[in-house]
Ligand binder design. Structure first.
Ligand SMILES: CC(C)(COP(=O)(O)OP(=O)(O)OC[C@H]1O[C@@H](n2cnc3c(N)ncnc32)[C@H](O)[C@@H]1OP(=O)(O)O)[C@@H](O)C(=O)NCCC(=O)NCCS
Length: 193
């Protein structure tokens, strides 16, 4: 892990390693709230379905890859401490790591995941979007990956989604596309060498 905890004035989110700070019940509840708010899936047939959805896109990264997760925290250490957003990811090639076998699109683009093995998921609370916090989380993660000599990072998002422009500005380019669950998703990659 890199030790790049940033000192920020009150109100401005600090980018902190997930494992390097207190993870209070409030922070964890805010993390879940941001995840479900940002997700396209808002209703679930059962609590089990909701838990499985959380496990797919958030839980397993926090359980298995906590050393690669970052939080953006406003007023860190103050009573008004607020979670602005988070980034979770992993560094193993997901086309090879069996724990990602449930997402078949990794194997469909395995020639790309081999070159860009790290993956990320970043989400912000609505009130913090459009203020550069997402970019700061992505840069902290990429810096962390470079310290670990990871050659590249990728993510998947929906074709035509607004966030594609955010990733392009952060140095990502399209490297492939697949149809998944009836819609086209694009693979965006960033070289870290
Ligand atoms: C996408 C996201 C992480 C970007 O972080 P950010 O701090 O808001 O982005 P920045 O301020 O650094 O850059 C702004 C750009 O982000 C994108 N963006 C901003 N708000 C967004 C939103 N609600 N949804 C999607 N993209 C958004 C836009 O491309 C924007 O550029 P624009 O001002 O020209 O429209 C953040 O907006 C977010 O969490 N959005 C909702 C969930 C999401 O789409 N997560 C990514 C899943 S792959």
């Amino acid at each position: 892990m890199t030790g790049n905890k940033m000192k920020c004035p009150p109100g401005v989110p600090a980018i902190e390693h997930y494992l390097a700070r207190p993870r209070s019940a409030s922070i964890m509840a805010q993390l879940d709230a941001i995840f479900f708010e940002a997700s396209g899936t808002k209703t679930f047939a059962s609590n089990e379905d909701r838990a499985a959805f959380r496990e797919l896109w958030l839980g397993r990264y926090l359980a298995h890859d906590a050393q690669h997760a970052f939080l953006a925290v406003a007023d860190a250490g103050l009573p008004s401490e607020t979670l602005a957003g988070y980034l979770v990811g992993s560094i193993e090639d997901p086309a090879i790591a069996t724990r990602f076998d449930d997402l078949e699109y990794f194997k469909a683009l395995s020639h790309r995941t081999a070159r860009y093995p790290a993956q990320l998921h970043v989400n912000l609370a609505p009130s913090w979007q459009g203020r550069g916090v997402g970019r700061a989380l992505v840069e902290a993660f990429c810096q962390h990956l470079q310290v670990l000599s990871v050659p590249g990072v990728h993510l998947f998002t929906g074709r035509g989604m607004r966030n594609v422009r955010f990733y392009e500005r952060a140095g990502f380019t399209e490297a492939g596309a697949v149809i998944w669950n009836g819609r086209e998703i694009v693979m965006l990659v960033r070289d870290l060498t």
